[in-house]
Design a protein. Structure first.
Length: 267
């Protein structure tokens, strides 16, 4: 029996983590979400007794501390694996390259705040809040969901200059993960930055501009991975990612790895 906590579990990749982990009835799965009444997670939890929905906002340190306390009551004060999946971006600026960013301090902070608040600040608060539970767990694993968009080789190979705040936020997350891994190694705790691949999490019909943007991205990504055909579904991403998490050990702790378990096949 293993216990897992997943932040950002109300939809997309986070929800798929809950679904796949809960398929094993011996697992205890804690879905950390800002809104427990969200349709996706509430419907899933209603049919799976081993899923526990806990209110928690990673951008609010008091909220995530309360979530960790609630989780401890469910698991008996321990946790095997923490998956920090929460993410947010300013979609209006995603297409901008660095030279197109505004000379406006308030606007720059607005653009950079979502990925920093969820990935970096939220990553610190979530990790520190759940750390006492991880220390008492058996697997002792902490995983932050990152992105290959923060990999320097991929950026240089593909020429992708947009998604600036998102990519910088993930790069900061990767350094943060390495720092945690260095600090927590003596306690036997493994920490990993995990890229989920190029995943299609869009809900509903895609607008023409989104389809066009994805077509452009595909051509750029193919400069790094010529055999790439397109995006993968959350089911495939999570299935492969769980194998990487399962094999996480002291040697891979502190690294950024792909859902394929390496640093070469990102997408």
């Amino acid at each position: 029996m293993s216990s897992y906590a997943i932040t950002g579990a109300s939809k997309g990749i986070g929800l798929e983590y809950v679904r796949q982990l809960a398929a094993d009835a011996t697992n205890t799965v804690l879905a950390i979400v800002r809104d427990p009444s969200s349709s996706g997670i509430s419907e899933l939890a209603s049919s799976l007794p081993n899923v526990h929905v806990i209110k928690g906002d990673v951008t609010d340190p008091e909220s995530i501390l309360e979530a960790a306390s609630a989780a401890a009551l469910v698991t008996g004060g321990k946790l095997d694996v923490l998956i920090h999946n929460s993410n947010a971006v300013d979609m209006a600026s995603m297409s901008l390259s660095p030279t197109q960013l505004p000379f406006d301090a308030q606007e720059i902070r607005r653009i950079f705040d979502p990925p920093f608040s969820t990935g970096i600040y939220g990553g610190i608060w979530t990790t520190n809040a759940f750390l006492p539970l991880i220390e008492k767990g058996t697997q002792k694993k902490i995983v932050h969901i990152s992105s290959a968009m923060a990999d320097l080789d991929l950026i240089n190979t593909t020429g992708i200059s947009y998604g600036v705040a998102y990519s910088i936020g993930k790069a900061g997350m990767n350094v943060q993960v390495a720092k945690y891994a260095a600090e927590l190694a003596p306690k036997g705790i493994k920490v990993l930055a995990l890229s989920p691949g190029w995943v299609d999490t869009w809900e509903g019909e895609k607008p023409p501009e989104v389809v066009q943007a994805e077509s452009v991205m595909l051509k750029q990504f193919q400069a790094a991975e010529p055999a790439l055909k397109g995006q993968i579904k959350p089911e495939e991403s999570v299935r492969k990612s769980l194998k990487v998490i399962e094999s996480l050990d002291a040697k891979t702790s502190g690294l950024l790895l792909s859902h394929n378990g390496n640093r070469g096949t990102w997408l």
